[in-house]
Design a protein around this ligand. Sequence first.
Ligand SMILES: Cc1ncc(COP(=O)(O)O)c(C=O)c1O
Length: 390
Amino acid sequence: MSDHLMNTYAPLPVAFARGEGAWLWDEDGKRYLDAVSGLGVCSLGHAHPTLARVIAEQAATLIHTGNLVRIPWQERLADKLAGVTGMDRVFFGNSGAEAVECALKITRLIGHARGQANPGVVVMEHSFHGRTLAALSATGSRKAQAGFEPLVGGFVRAPFGDLHAIEAIARRSRDISAVLVEPIQGEAGIRLPPPGYLTALRAICDQHGWLLICDEIQSGLCRSGRWYAHQHEAVVPDMITTAKALANGLPIGACAARGPAAEVLSPGRHGSTFGGNPLVSRAGCTVLDIMHEEDMAGRAARVGGAMLEQFRTRLATLPQVREVRGRGLMIGIELDREAGYMKQAALDRGVLLNVTQERVIRLLPPLIIDTEQAEEIVEVVCGLVGEMPG
Ligand SMILES: Cc1ncc(COP(=O)(O)O)c(C=O)c1O
C-alpha cells in the first residue's frame, strides 16, 4: 500500500485488473464472483458492452461543460428519473452524500418558508446517509460520528420501525420539517421495517405537514425488486435520494423532489461543478434504459427471492445464525459473532462479499447475475457459515 494514501480504508489484500459481468479477475489472473458490486454500484455488472461503448463515445465527444450552459443529456436523465420516481424535478451531484445534503438544504428552505426558526429532521437509529458533515450528523452511528463534533444540529432520532417514537416526537417538537428514512437500512445490516411502516410514516408526515424523504441510495434502482424500495408500499415521498447504481460506477448522485420541495431552489442557491455533466448523465440515461429493457427489478426479485429462500432453508436453523433477511438482491445474514474474517475466507473460495456491523454478511451482487452464479454464491456462503463452530 502506498504511504501517500490517507488512512481511511482497510482494503482486502487483492486488486482487480478487469471485470466482465459478475466476474472479476485479480492481477494474477484468478477469477472471482462479485457479490458486492462495489457496494451496490455496478448493478449492470462490469464492462457492460453497451455502457462501455456509450461512455467511450461520449468521452470522445464531450465530457464536461459545467452548468453555466444547458446540458441536454442531464435534461434527458432528469426526465427519465422523474418517470421512475414519480418526482417533478431533480438536482444532480456526484455522490450519495451530496444527494442527501441537497435534500437537507431543501428541507431547511421549506421550514424557513413556513416560519420555522430551526427546522429539524427526524432521522433513524442505525441509519447511514454519508460522510459529509450534515449527512454524517443525520447518520445514526456514533462510531462514524465520533471525533467529528461539533455535528450539524437539528436532527431528532427515533428507533427505525417505531411509529410510537415518531408520534411522541410530533407531540413534543414544534419545529420538525421532515422525516429522513432508508426504506431498507443498508449499512445497518439490511434491516427491513415492519410492513406498513412507510405508509404510516407518510400519514404522520401528512398530518403534521412534514416532508417525507426516502434515502434510496443503496435500496433504489431495482435492487430490492422494485425501481425504488418504498414502492413496495403505496407511498409517494416528497424527496428521494438516489446514487450508487445510477451510472454503474461513474460518480453521480441525485435528489429528486415533488411539490413545494421541487420548487424551492432558485439560481445561485445550490450547485455543483461536475454535477450532471454530459458524460455521467449519458451513462445514467443508458443505465436506466437497460434497467427498463431488461426488467432488472423483476430479475432482482426473482433471483434474489430464490437466494433468500435457499439461505433460509439451509441456514436459518443453525444456532450461529441470528437472522436471514433481505429483499431482491439485497441480502443480509446476521450471525451471533464477529464475522469479518469471512471476507478473506470467501475470497479464498473465489467470492467477493461484504460484512457490515461486524456480524452481518451483506450480499449486493450485480443485478445481472444468473441462476448458476447465484447458486455459487449461496454454496460458498452456506459453506462458510456451516463451518463455524455451532
Ligand atoms: C443509504 C445510503 N445513503 C447515503 C450513502 C452515501 O453515499 P456516498 O458514499 O456515495 O456518499 C450511502 C452509502 O453507502 C448509503 O448506503
